[in-house]
Design a protein around this ligand. Structure first.
Ligand code: NAD
Ligand code: IPM
Ligand code: MN
Length: 374
């Protein structure tokens, strides 16, 4: 049996509990069949935490997350909490979690499964075989910069303020992750910013260039303005291998990249902290989508982004590469059978509910296990 691991599970709001239930089935399958030895502990985050505890992330939950080997989150937010004070909104809980655990590197892989090529709104030849990794800076930039707020001016007008700010070390540490990842892939990094209009963008470009020259000359580096990058992602996404970018641009570009894969319901993510002296690193795994109020409670959400986040957890936190491969192959096999949730449904496919999709993954895992034992 492998060493014991603790995962804090945060289902959150909206479709969160629905997709998390399927991810939990997968974790318990690996506990039973691969002696994965993962113990899960539930916690509250987001709107459900506001309702129960008055805050979107309580110290109790945060302490549990700090003590755990990894955190798995589904989604937060929803119209019910739209009028809540800004700094205690559901989203503020997620931002606090990322910041408190110093999860500065957010990996968002957009991989197009062959079976889903026709689920994308883009042409088959544009998205086929696509495999991009967006490395999004997650604990800095305009999301956290000071000053921020809404003030009333002497003339009665109101003014909203946010500050985009980056330091050398913040840029270097996330770019290092991008270069290291690229070395294990196609060895190409494209850095996206707005160096043409923003000082923070100019600094970003200069620091990425300096780090490249000092430590990563073997990696091919290019720079692109973020607006052009958004356009190029639709025009010819295969030109990209790894994209490294700031917090806000990374948020936007990754939602766009999700649509190359067919649906927001397909994109997982890993948010990682620095490697500590004991070799461990804080880590949070979550789908990139939100709580989807429009479909929450209907049992039709796609759980695959959350299940793929479990595969990323196996790979990055638990050194369970074999198990991650097995899980990703099972998902691919499910899609190859034409099994689909509504968001990725296409002609000839079989439409499944959220729970049916989770069960299909489990059945496929079990069938593959039986076959390899035979
Ligand atoms: P969203 O990602 O929740 O939904 C956008 C669209 O994608 C919707 O049409 C939704 O139905 C669809 N979608 C999302 N996930 C899906 C899935 N798994 N299966 C099928 N379809 C799916 O974005 P939004 O509507 O702009 O935001 C809703 C709420 O979620 C807001 O409160 C927002 O702040 C929050 N949010 C949270 C996270 C997070 O927790 N990480 C991420 C994004 C948005
Ligand atoms: C995401 C979300 C979050 C973000 C929100 C909910 C804080 O959109 O994870 O992509 O903007 O980072
Ligand atoms: Mn987002």
């Amino acid at each position: 049996m492998s060493s014991p691991k603790t995962v804090v599970v945060l289902p959150g709001d909206g479709l969160g509990p629905e997709v998390m239930a399927e991810a939990l089935k997968v974790i318990s399958w690996f506990n039973q069949n691969f002696a994965a030895n993962i113990q899960t502990v539930e916690g509250d985050i987001g709107g459900c935490s506001i309702d129960k505890h008055g805050v979107p992330l309580s110290d109790t939950t945060l302490d549990k997350c700090r003590a755990a080997d990894a955190v798995l989150l589904a989604a937060v937010g929803g119209p019910k909490w739209d009028k809540v004070d800004y700094n205690i909104r559901p989203e503020a809980g997620l931002l606090k979690l990322r910041k408190s655990l110093e999860l500065f590197a957010n990996l968002r892989p957009a991989k197009v499964f062959d079976a889903l090529v026709d689920a994308s709104t883009l042409k088959r030849e544009v998205v086929q075989g696509l495999d991009i990794l967006i490395v999004r800076e997650l604990t800095g930039g305009v999301y956290f910069g000071e000053p921020r707020g809404i003030e009333t001016l002497p003339n009665g007008e109101r003014r909203g303020i946010n500050t985009q700010v980056y330091t050398t070390s913040e840029i270097h540490r996330v770019t290092r992750v991008a270069f290291d990842m690229a070395r294990k892939r196609q060895n190409r990094v494209c850095s996206a910013e707005k160096a043409n209009v923003m000082e923070s963008g100019k600094l970003w470009r200069e620091e990425v260039t300096a780090l490249h020259a000092a430590e990563y000359k073997d990696v091919e580096l290019s720079h692109m303005y973020a607006d052009n990058c958004a356009m190029q992602l639709c025009r010819r996404p295969s030109q990209f291998d790894v994209i490294v970018t700031d917090n806000l641009f990374g948020d936007i570009l990754s939602d766009e990249a999700a649509m190359l894969t067919g649906s927001l319901g397909m994109l997982p993510s890993a948010s990682l902290g620095a490697v500590k002296p004991n070799g461990k690193r804080a880590a949070l795994y979550e789908p990139i989508h939100g709580s989807a109020p429009d479909i929450a409670g209907k049992g039709i959400a796609n759980p695959l982004a959350t299940i793929l986040s479990v595969a990323m957890m196996f790979r990055y936190s638990f050194d369970m590469k074999n198990e991650a491969d097995i899980l990703e192959q099972a998902i691919e096999a499910v899609l190859n059978k034409g099994l689909r949730t509504a968001d990725i449904m296409s002609e000839g496919g079989t439409k499944l509910s959220t729970a049916e999709m989770g069960n299909a993954v489990i059945e496929t895992l079990s069938a593959a296990r039986k076959q390899s034992a035979a």
